[in-house]
Structure formats: C-alpha cells, structure tokens
Design a protein around this ligand. Sequence first.
Ligand code: NDP
Length: 472
Amino acid sequence: MESTRRRTQHSTNGKGSEAVEKSAQWGRAWEVDWFSLISVVSLLCFAPFIVFYFVMACDQYECSISQPVLELYQGKATLPSIWARAPSFTWTAAKIYAVWVSFQVFLYICIPDVVHKFIPGYVGGVQDGARTPAGLINKYEINGLQCWIITHALWFTNANYLHWFSPTIIFDNWIPLMWCANILGYAVSTFAFLKAYLFPTNAEDCKFTGNIFYNYMMGIEFNPRIGKWFDFKLFFNGRPGIVAWTLINLSYMAKQQELYGQVTNSMILVNVLQGIYVLDFFWNEAWYLKTIDICHDHFGWYLGWGDCVWLPYLYTLQGLYLVYHPVQLSDTHALAVLLLGLIGYYIFRSTNHQKDLFRRTEGACSIWGRRPTHIECSYLSADGRSHRSKLLTSGFWGVARHFNYTGDLMGSLAYCAACGFSHILPYFYIVYMTILLVHRCIRDEHRCSSKYGKDWKRYTDAVHYRLIPGVF
Ligand code: NDP
C-alpha cells in the first residue's frame, strides 16, 4: 500500500518495520470489506434521495412519508411527476446560499476570536488539536461562538429593524436551497478527493484504501487545509451547517407566526432544546477538536456532503414538520419533553466534560467528589514512537463506555416527542441518531481496540456496557 510504504521510508527513529506496521492499524480502516463497500456505494447512491424524500414529503404531502409510496403504488403519481412538482434550482436561492457560505468563510478566516477575552470560562482563540496518527498536532483558530453570535445578532437586527429580507427566507427557499447545498457538498468532497492526490496538506496522514468509492466517501486526507488556517473539517462540521441550524429553526418559527398568527409551544420547545445543543457545541468548540469527527475521521463525502446537506436538512425536520402541523402540547406533555431534553443534555454534557477534564488534567481532578480511577494505556503513532494515555473509569465513564451517546439520544427523543404522536416523520431523527451512534460506538471501539490492544480489553472488562448498563 502506497502510504504504508511512504511511512516506512520516513521512519527514521531506528524502530523496526513491525512497529511501524502495528502503528498503521489504528485510525481509519486500511482494508475495505464487502459490507463496508456495499454500505458506502448504497449511501452514495441513496442518501441524496433520502433527504429529497423527506423534504418533498413535507412540501407535497404535508409530511406524510407513506402517502407518496401509496400514490406511486396506486398509480396516482409517478416518480417523474413527484420530481416535476418539486421546486427546482433558482438563481435567487443560489445568491442567498453564496452570500451565506461566503459570509461564514469570511467570519471563520478573517475575524480572530475576541470572545474568550470577555467571557470567563470560554476557551477560544488558537488551540491545539489531538495528535494525528502521523504524530502531528495541528493548531486551530476557535471562533465558532463569535461567528454564531455575530450571525444571529445580524439576523435579529434584520428581523426587527432593517427588514432587508423576511425571516421566513430560509423556509420560503428551502428546496431550491437544497440543490445549492448539494452542489457545494459534492464540489467540496470532490475537491478534497483530488487535493489528496495532487497537493495533500500532510501526506503522512493520508489513507488510500485502494477502493475509489471508499476513498471518496470516507476521505483520504486527514486534515485538509487551504493556507495555514482554513481547515476543511472544522469549517464544514461547524459552519455553515450548525450555525445555520438555529437560523433554520427561527425561520420555521417565523413561518408559523406568518401562517397561523401564533407560535406553538412545541415550536418553542424545539427551538430552545436544539438551540441549547447548538450553543453547547460552539461553547465547547475547543473540546470538539478532541472528538472523533476531528481527531479520527478523514475528510471525504461523508463529512463534506453530510455537513452541507444531511445535517441542515434532516436535523431540522421537527421544525419543518411543525410549520405544516402546528402542534400545541398540553402542559404535562410539554413539561415531560422539556425534562427529558434537559436531563439528556445534562448527561451528554457532564459525560463529555468529565472526559475532557480528566484528559486535560491528566487525572489530577475530582469527578463526583473523588479522585478519578483510570486504566493506563500505551499506543504507537505512525512514526513508530510510543505514547501513553489514560482511560477513565469513574463518573459516567464508569456507568457505560459511551454514556455521552445515551444522553444525546435522550435529547434527540425529546425533540421528536415535541411534535406529538400523529406522524412518524419527525421521529426519523431518533431512528437515525440511534443508528449513527450505535454504529459510531462500534466503529470507535474497534479503533480503540486496535490502538490500545490488551489495555482496551482491561478497560472493557472494567466497564462492561456500551450505552445502557445491563442492556447494551
Ligand atoms: P467521544 O467523545 O466519546 O470520544 C471517543 C474517544 O474518546 C475514543 O476514541 C477515545 O479516544 C476516547 N475515550 C474512549 N473512552 C475513554 C475513556 N474511558 N476515557 C478517556 N477517553 C476515552 O465520542 P465522539 O467524538 O463520537 O462524540 C462526542 C460527542 O458528540 C458525543 O456526546 C456525541 O453524542 C456527540 N455527537 C453528536 C453527533 C450528532 O450528529 N449530533 C454526531 C457525533 C457525535 P482516544 O484515542 O483519545 O483514547
């Protein structure tokens, strides 16, 4: 394999090739099995249609996901007729999208973070990422919270004073914008793919599996960059998708107000709970550098297209549904949803915080009032050097190996339950998140097992369950 060869040549520390080969095993897969290949090709072919199906079902069938299939079966509709009814690409949407993405690029590159100088406890500015498999530590400009604040301040100023555009602008152009997002998603993934061959940012961290579909989808380059600071993963993961998430919900809220003269409590709940999640993401952007997306996944279609299309379109289905079906929840139902969402958020945040605190202080901290217990581990990086690490076994990390995912799933269920029980469409999110996080958990554990070997086994012997103690 080309990159393995390259690493062997660059191994100058005198360690044998065995060590280098072993170090190559952690990080993303080197070999592609048939199941992975079929999944990859299926996703490449069908994921854009899944997004189209859900958005089209809302636009043409008032969010019924069975009605289009029924009409096709009964011959009342055909695939071309459904396609023809969907709003097509418009230059208005293209301009809105171009302004949006350019503005986010401008904020990301041109405005260094000042928020960390004013808000105590917030970590922004230049921060170190995690060590890459090749042994590098990249620097990142963390200014996501600042970008989010500026963008939302402008949104509110426009809605209340300037009136340059309607706050319903996103909803009103939702499907034409989807074509633009697809263009960007495919363009950026293809660019990243070609860049990996032609001018990779760090050749040592590239992974070529020998399968073109897998390479395109899961990415080759680990941290593609343009210039010193434009990091593809940090930009596309956080902005434009996650900054847009709260604006999309606000646009849905404005549409409800415009259509029905009021905003329902369910819409407020979705806005508040997802708003907390988004703000949490930006508040903890520096911590995010240590998550799987940034420190293990390579940048390909999965992240590039996923961040541009899948995330903004499918993570916001609840708000979209509530525009077509304005649900006013009983006080008890609303309270139950709020509690589920907040408890889920608390578990999600505390679990992530415990790991972060533990790793930052190298165990010199207190978790649940005690000095944390842990398992000492060692692993090799691609240059053959040995490093030490620690796996926490206290707090939520002693309850299950991915209790942060459990909290995330509780929060996701709360967003769905805010939409009542008459349609299945808003529940797509919890189904998807369950598949995503269970798959992620298995993928991560496979990687950790390759990375830490027998030390990982000691950890799984100490903490038996992955997500729910006694169940899984
Ligand atoms: P984690 O934050 O759980 O990170 C997993 C990594 O942490 C492992 O690869 C390992 O890395 C390290 N680790 C594992 N166990 C321990 C331990 N006991 N002690 C110390 N370190 C450990 O996973 P993610 O990055 O996937 O998720 C971060 C958050 O983001 C989660 O809360 C998740 O719910 C959320 N998320 C949300 C998504 C969404 O679409 N809404 C998508 C994905 C994630 P190392 O090699 O450093 O040891």
